[in-house]
Design a protein around this ligand. Structure first.
Ligand code: G3P
Ligand code: CA
Length: 252
């Protein structure tokens, strides 16, 4: 059986560092990984999408405009074109020279320095681009240290077919009428709603836990909400403030 991501009584909330330590360093870069690591986050969330030539890269938006000094849609740019871009100076001059990582570089970094990866299969993918992600993970022996999530059920279906050993989670910004049914259908280890969606029906925790499915809520940076979510029994929180959540978690 796959590892359960349901929190045991007395355990702290699982901390998932959204785009790395993205409140203090440029998101989805080696620098934001470092911030997350210093904050003792065991899990770093990154977004992965394919370049024009099929290289899986770590980038959130469907264009490079906001988070690099370049312009254009990821699907129209080759990896060679993206590799030369600066992914740090938009955030602050001290981060000039940060690059858009490939998934492979990201996995290598985690393997060397420690940590696990919550990998969001983002944007447009094909079965082939999902298969390439699986190859990158397997080639490095990292399957036990990666959790895959997506808003897109089809991406999770491909992932489950290609790599049944990887735990998968469904992202949602509104709740499904029957989260348990979709969890069973897709073989989910976690159901990951936005905080706003979660608040419409906190009772889904008990329903999903009864099936062994964890609930992780995003993206929550406020200690008042951490407190409410902990009481509601959720398993983890995806946050831009991993160090603060870690400290809050350990302080009782
Ligand atoms: O992990 C949840 C969150 O990452 C989903 O939204 O837009 O930040 O990728 P987004
Ligand atoms: Ca994401």
């Amino acid at each position: 059986a796959k590892e359960s991501f349901v929190r045991k009584p007395g355990d702290p909330l699982r901390v998932w560092a959204h785009r790395g330590g993205s409140s203090a360093a440029p998101e989805n870069t080696a620098a934001s990984d470092e911030v997350a690591r210093r904050g003792r986050a065991e899990w770093i969330e990154n977004d992965v999408q394919p370049t024009k030539d099929g290289v899986p890269i770590i980038l959130h938006d469907d264009t490079v405009d906001r988070t690099t000094d370049g312009t254009g849609a990821v699907r129209n740019l080759t990896f060679a074109q993206i590799a030369g871009l600066d992914a740090g100076s938009w955030f602050a001059p001290a981060f000039t020279g940060q690059r858009v990582p490939t998934l492979g570089q990201q996995l290598d970094g985690l393997k060397t320095r420690g940590g696990n990866l919550l990998l969001e299969v983002k944007g447009s993918h094909t079965r082939e681009s999902v298969a390439r992600i699986v190859t990158e993970i397997r080639d490095r022996g990292m399957t036990s240290r990666v959790f895959v999530q997506s808003f897109e059920p089809q991406h999770l279906r491909w992932m489950h077919e290609l790599a049944p050993e990887l735990p998968i989670g469904l992202l949602r910004s509104t709740l499904d009428p029957d989260p348990v049914a979709i969890a069973k259908d897709l073989g989910l280890s976690a159901y990951n709603p936005s905080d706003a969606a979660f608040q419409t029906r906190p009772g889904i925790v008990a329903e999903l836990h009864a099936q062994g499915v964890a609930v992780n809520v995003w993206t929550v940076d406020d200690a008042t909400r951490w407190n409410s979510l902990e009481k509601a029994g959720v398993d983890g929180i995806i946050t831009n403030r991993p160090a603060e959540l870690y400290g809050w978690n350990s302080a009782f």
